[in-house]
Design a protein around this ligand. Structure first.
Ligand code: TXA
Ligand code: MG
Length: 318
């Protein structure tokens, strides 16, 4: 089942040129990539993920100059953010050029673009005559993959190749920023904190979840979901006591001092939010394999990446 995992970049480039799908490592999560300018190749992504066609995809580039072939009327603030954070966990929503296929943008007049910060994928992109469209490499609404093994677990050898770049360094999807006049709008909290974005772009507007008409599917209320029921708690010990007779897994920020759980997973004993973000999804994947009755996740401090982690936990509740 795992024979699709490879480190052969030339092999992956050839597959992509042949309009096949390749799973690619990034610093945020693994992506399911195809030639952004080939509608047939891109349609395979939607099919494999079971993703509704109205959900637009992010286009991945390796050079800021490529923005010109994808977007037009790029605001100054967008350029400032790109220069500050690329390559990195930031996606910019920009007015699209006519040449960008509608299947990528879900028929919207804008396109999402990002330069990922991963050595293998930057090398892969440099050897291709086109940018790569890539959503996270998970079935629609499931927890995003942060290792090649997670991708293989989801799709097995239905993907011709999974480029193995090791575990993701950031572990949360990119922060998505768009622009309306002078305003910067955050559509998805992610691997770069709001505080860091605001230090460059000034005050931003947060457009929070909207279940019926999401601007971004990452905003769908139910998303990032494990199979096991998950609740968020401000007081883990009390939540355990309310749920006696259940096999409980704990997802805790820094403490393991709880009684009555089957398993306790601590994301960062030193209370470091970056470290916690890095292993959040891998830990959810792992807890989800244990046939637990309930996952109790601790609410994180609402600052820096803690705010992005809370966002994902909130959507993972089921
Ligand atoms: O970190 C990431 O962003 C990862 C890696 C692989 O780059 N990709 C990722 O893709 O998370 P995906 O498809 O799972 O999430 C992309 C999000 C969706 O919520 C989508 O709606 C939003 O980006 N998006 C893309 N283009 C957009 C547009 N033109 N307007 C509004 N939202 C857009
Ligand atoms: Mg996704």
């Amino acid at each position: 089942m795992h024979n699709a995992i490879t480190t052969d970049i030339a092999f992956c480039q050839q597959l992509l040129k042949d309009n096949q799908l390749v799973a690619i490592p990034t610093e945020t999560v693994y992506g399911l990539a195809a030639n952004a300018f080939d509608e047939v190749a891109v349609s395979k992504i939607f099919e494999m993920k079971g993703r509704p066609l109205f959900n637009p995809l992010i286009v991945h580039i390796h050079d800021i100059a490529q923005l010109q072939e994808l977007a037009t009327d790029i605001p100054d603030k967008a350029m400032q953010l790109a220069k500050e954070f690329w390559p990195g966990a930031l996606t910019l929503i920009l007015p699209k050029r006519d040449t960008v296929p509608a299947i990528i943008t879900g028929g919207k007049p804008t396109v999402g673009v990002r330069m990922p910060n991963h050595k293998l994928t930057l090398e892969l992109l440099k050897g291709l005559p086109f940018p790569l469209a890539a959503p996270s490499a998970n079935p629609f609404t499931k927890v995003s993959p942060t290792s090649a093994q997670h991708v293989a677990h989801y799709f097995g050898d239905r993907i011709p190749a999974i480029l193995d770049g090791g575990p993701c360094e950031v572990g949360l999807e990119s922060t998505i920023v768009g622009f309306e006049g002078e305003n910067s709008i955050v559509y998805r909290k992610g691997g770069i904190s709001i505080e860091a974005i605001e230090a460059v772009a000034g005050k931003v507007t947060l457009i929070t979840e909207n279940e019926t008409a999401p601007q971004a599917p990452g905003m769908l209320l139910k998303h990032y979901s494990p199979r096991t029921p998950l609740i968020i708690s401000n007081d883990i010990q009390t939540s355990i006591e309310i749920n006696t007779h259940k096999r409980i897994g704990i997802l805790s920020f820094y403490s393991d001092a709880f009684l009555g759980a089957e398993i306790i997973k601590v994301l960062s004993p030193t209370r470091n939010l970056e470290e916690a973000a890095k292993t959040l999804f891998a830990t959810l994947h792992e807890l989800d394999t244990l046939n637990l009755d309930l996952i109790i996740a601790e609410r994180f401090p609402e600052e820096g990446l803690g705010s992005s982690i809370n966002d994902r936990l909130f959507r993972a509740q089921n």
